[in-house]
Write a protein that binds this ligand. Sequence first.
Ligand code: IVH
Length: 733
Amino acid sequence: MTASDSTHSRLTFDLVKERASRLRAELNRHNHLYYVLSRQEIADEAYDALMAELRAVEEQYPQLRAPDSPTQRVGAPPSPEFKEVAHPVPLLSLSNVFTGEDLAAWHTRVLGQLGVAQVDMTCELKIDGLALAVTYEDGVLVRAATRGDGSRGEDVTANIRTIRSVPLRLLGDGVPRLIELRGEVYFPKAPFERFNDIREAAGLPRYVNARNAASGALRQLDSRETARAPLEMFFYAIGRLEGGQMPATQWELLSKLRKWGCKVCSAPDGHEAAEWVPVRLRSLDEVARFHESVKSRRDALPFGIDGIVIKVDRLDHHDRLGFVGREPRWATAYKFPAEQAVTLLRRISVNVGRTGSLSPFAELEPVFVGGVTISQATLHNEGDIQRKDIREGDLVIVQRAGDVIPQVAGPASANVRSAESRPYRIPDDCPRCGQAVFRDPDEAVVRCVNARCPAQFERLLEHFASRGAMDIEGLGERVAIALIAAQLVSDVADVYALQEKREQLVELNLTDEAATDGEPPVSSEGAGQKRRLGEKRADKILAGVETSKKRPLDRVIIGLGIPHIGSENAVLLARNFKSLQGLGAVTSEQLDEVEGIGPEIARSVAAWFANSENSDVVRKLRVAGVDPHDETPEPPADHPIRGRTVVVTGALQGFSRQQAQDAVKSRGGKTAGSVSKKTDFVVAGAEAGSKADDAKRLGVRIITEAEFVRLLDGELPDPVPSGAPSDPGEETR
Ligand code: IVH
């Protein structure tokens, strides 16, 4: 360990210690508010996230586990507002594993304790909801209680009766005299979105996630309020049973539940049963595969899950395995990386876009969410921030939407705020050039309308050189900013004159600060430090500039940064007008006539070329040798793919995704990113996931790569009755 390493780790430890103490104080405050004063100031999810963070910290640094830590409290008493209900058999929680290794360790312990070489495991989905115990006497629902602290919960019988998926009377014969069933109440995804829209329209704040909404609905003192929320419940366990026979296995238990008319987590409509129903497995490999497969399809599920639950199948084994604390040894949750976390919103900064739009973004205390560390997240626009009342200094819930772009869902706690905290407002002056911004009353965006604002040009230059446009290697954000600051370029065409300024390019100063746009600097010592570009990188950029001269016309058009022109429109423009010169001479009427180009785009293109500064740039580009001509032959008018929509999914052997899409477009077909009723073909490569499922559900023809190749050659695949799988092998999967 070097001296700087040890300084670093001491620094880290101090930070962690401070964080732990802050978390403890926060959690204890909320406990008091909630349990003593009957006030809830933060969403359950946010509370859980704070607790999870503290647990993780204490796990890693056991010396920080203070006796006053809320993690040392086993559960907590229920809210006094509801009637209290004792749970004769406590509701347990589950241990978690996050990796295959942890899972294997759990499995080894189970086998060791049972003294067996293998064991059947029933694997279910881990529903992201709230645990509930529902008691039936002689088959009739008599009571429903929340988990509470596991030993005592809240009586929510009246509310639960409003949930249609909870039977008021169990079906069939052989219903035990008394049985307590357990499961999870949840708010399905689509109704949750609608529910939130209705709340918003009524001037109420949106719930940050479905679990909070379910919890809110369940804890209504007036059950008519609960009834407005389309909650649902999955059953998965028996808590207590008298006057009846306990099933021998978890597998049998689930099938019994189903027979009694209880909803058991199983295939949603349109999904192949085997993909979703609980599965009974024997090897860890199979469990790992099930976990992977569920993970890759979770977005397609109509309800939220956060992992799978693995349960030793034989119930007599459960008795032998017992518990550690409140966690049974016979089950564990194999979780997906969290997709939500709570962290501190340090600052709201503003980015100035290529067209001058000001986009606020969150600078966060780095936090691990969904498998990555996030230090920045989008905040959409000013209106959205104000609606959610997100403020600088707040603890916020960060989520990775659809596993991609991190977002701030909302404040986790509206009340750790200091007296100085104010609702957020985008600055009145552009944070970059200082000129007054323009707030268009019709648009959600605030714009810097100064055409000379350096931020806009920086974004444009970066965009021009980006992979989707001219693809100039080495010319990224940092270099773009430095080139402009050093006045080596004053428009994008000047890039082609850099060869003559090689000396200056080599000496170009790259400042960390200039490049950050709010990002934390790479290293703390490096902040604000100047670095020179150097020979190697300068030559790489110059070589990149040279090769970029050969980019096809549509890529050059993208690079110009004409508002509203993305790759699809750029291809249309290139195919129709053949060269920069051709494009520069078109009128808005001619543009309007192009199929696929709407009036807004037509106006945008015409206006862009009408600006003399822009047409000068185009002229300069042509002089510099950037003057491609589109030579794509006209697609045959009678090609069967013409006018049809194709979705490509999974990995193809002979094409990249882009190549496959280009092949479709060059024959007059259209491509789309998701499957709808309007899709004509879904090309399914290896590991085709949810899109193939969507196609099956919608009865869209799925074709193999071989059929796709023949289709490109003009041969339509055989029609197949709608809904039937195109590959007979699929059914037996
Ligand atoms: S079994 C001892 N099965 O996860 C058995 N729980 O993190 C505990 N949960 O308190 C319950 N889906 O609220 C079980 N298929 C499932 C579940 C599930 C979600 C919840 C349950 C539990 C929590 C533990």
